[in-house]
Each structure stands twice: as C-alpha cells, then as structure tokens.
Design a binder for this molecule. Structure first.
Ligand code: CP
Length: 307
C-alpha cells in the first residue's frame, strides 16, 4: 500500500504533491463507497478517534464524524463548551486524559494558530488539523481540490481565484499551498485592507479589480467575511463590501466563460455571494460538502495506515 510522507495532517505546507495526489485518488475510491447502498467499510475497526472542537463548526465536524463512522471507527465527540476546560484545565492535560483512555487519533479544531503542531510535538497519537485559527484548514483545501478536479479534470494549469477576506482565512492559505502543489495558478482578490502584506511572495497574483479577476479565472472560490476574527473595521459597511466584492448573477453574466463557483461555508448570503449565484448550476457548494466526507475518509484511512 502506498503511504503518506507524514504521520499527522497539520497543514498542506507539510505535504508533498505525491501525498496530495494519493489523498485525492483514495478519496475517489471512498466516494464510490459512500454512494453504494451499503456505505460502510471495516477499514478502521478497532481504531478510536476523538473529535476535539474548541470552535464552532457544522460541515467539518459532521463530515469527520460521518467519515469515521463510514470507516467503522469508534468515535468520541468533545465539545469545549461542556468540558472541564471551563474549570481551567489546560489543552495538553485535556488531551492526555482523553488519550489515557486508549484513543488512537485526534481531530482538532482550535482558534489558536499552531495548536495542532504543538500537540503533535507533545503526544503520540495521530493529529489531524480541522482548522487552527487563521493558520491552516488542510482538509478544506483537499476537498476543494477534489471538487475542482471532479468537474474540470487535472488541476495543472487551471486558474483559481480566491476572493475576499484573505487575511483572516485559513482556507485561503491552505488552498494556495494545495493548488500550487497541484500545478494550478492562484490569484487573490479583495479589499487591500484584508490582503496580507507581501502575499505575492507565496507566488500568487493579486488583483483588486473584481471584474478583471473574474475574467482571468476558471474557478472562483468565494470566502466569508470573518467578522468574528476582526476586532477593527476593515471596510466601511457590509453593503459597500457586497457592492465592490460580492459575487452576483449580473457580474457573472458579463464573463465570457462560465466559471465554477465555490464557497467553503458558512455563507453570508447577500454579502460575499448572492443567492442567485449560490443556488445556481454554476455553484458546486453542496458538492464540496458531499466530497468532504470522502476526502476525510481518505485522510483518516491513510494516516491510520502510518500508525
Ligand atoms: N468550511 C468549514 O470549515 O465549515 P465549518 O466551520 O462549518 O466546519
């Protein structure tokens, strides 16, 4: 069996392009499995996985739990709001106490960048980063790449535009690394105040004019304005943001070619994306959610093989 070069999934930055191709190929097989009448396989029988969520989540949390159950793993769900973290217990003590109960793999979402990396240096179990603050969201980037590949074929040479709040987005950073490792070109578009200084040093192009940016790309990945991560105002109002950077049907109808529209969710309808785009045949937003299960099954399966 082919295997990954890593023992943990901490970020896309640590993966080789061979790792990414292996995950996407394996996910293709799992997508077939989850579309069968019997959706469950015994691959992770006797493997115990804990999902530690210190931050809100709908898609990632449900998709990991479903992926684990489809692989026949034993699944534990931890929610920070109802745990002894509220009594002052440290993250490391919390995790070590859970692992003492013979848990094999840890899926963690945490608001602090670097949490998954920190844990991987302190504990023995395999760690999967389900989003760490503004740092990385590797499984999102992998499911995004899978979803583009499913519609457009090989990513090499494809032009992908990421629009919006780049500065606060872990999805943007993981997507940049992932798309580049697969040979795609990446352009970023958004208010200058939400664009990290020197982001071009990652090898991406930056375009402030949304129409020009849209006319360049094959795929537009629209990001949410992360109001919960902004302690100052980066633009005058949501209405002005929607006017300048919101994607709507009128704007897309002016493009020569039909673009694929993506959004990692949760969406702010009427702000970064209008409903007539989000619900249109161009949008693959629900495909992304569906593909998340197959991609996460692939990651869990491949990392379990490395234990
Ligand atoms: N895309 C994403 O991470 O969504 P959730 O926050 O709902 O998990």
């Amino acid at each position: 069996m082919e295997s990954l070069s890593v023992r943990h999934l901490l970020g896309i930055k640590n993966l080789t392009s061979e790792d990414i191709h292996l995950i996407l190929e394996t996910a293709k097989q799992f997508k077939e499995v989850i579309n069968r009448p019997i959706k469950k396989v015994p691959s992770l029988r006797d493997v115990t996985i804990v999902n530690l969520f210190f931050e809100n989540s709908t898609r990632t949390r449900i998709s990991f739990e479903l992926a684990e159950k489809r692989l026949s793993a034993d699944v534990l769900n931890f929610s920070a709001s109802s745990s002894s973290v509220n009594k002052g217990e440290t993250l490391l003590d919390t995790v070590n106490n859970i692992l003492a109960m013979k848990v094999d793999m840890v899926v963690i979402r945490h608001p602090s960048p670097g949490t998954a990396i920190y844990l991987s240096k302190k504990i023995d179990a395999s760690i999967i980063n389900a989003g760490d603050g503004t740092h990385e969201h590797p499984t999102q980037a992998l499911l995004d790449a899978f979803s583009i590949q499913e519609k457009l074929g090989d990513l090499a040479g494809k032009k992908v535009l990421i629009i919006g709040d780049i500065m606060h987005s872990r999805v943007a950073l993981s997507n940049i690394f992932c798309l580049q490792k697969l040979g795609a070109e990446v352009m970023l578009c958004g208010p200058r105040t939400l664009m990290p200084n020197n982001i071009e040093s990652l090898g991406v192009r930056v375009e402030n004019n949304l129409k020009k940016a849209l006319s360049w790309c094959n795929v537009a990945n629209v990001l949410r304005i992360q109001l919960e991560r902004q302690n100052i105002s980066y633009f005058p109002s949501l209405r002005e943001y929607a006017n300048m950077y919101g994607i709507n049907k009128q704007l897309l109808s002016e493009m020569k070619d039909e673009l694929l529209i993506m959004h990692p969710g949760p969406m702010n309808r009427g702000v970064e994306i209008s409903s007539d785009v989000a619900d249109s045949p161009q949008s693959i937003i629900l495909d992304q959610a569906q593909n998340g299960v197959a991609v996460r099954m692939a990651i869990l399966y491949l990392l379990a093989g490395r234990r």
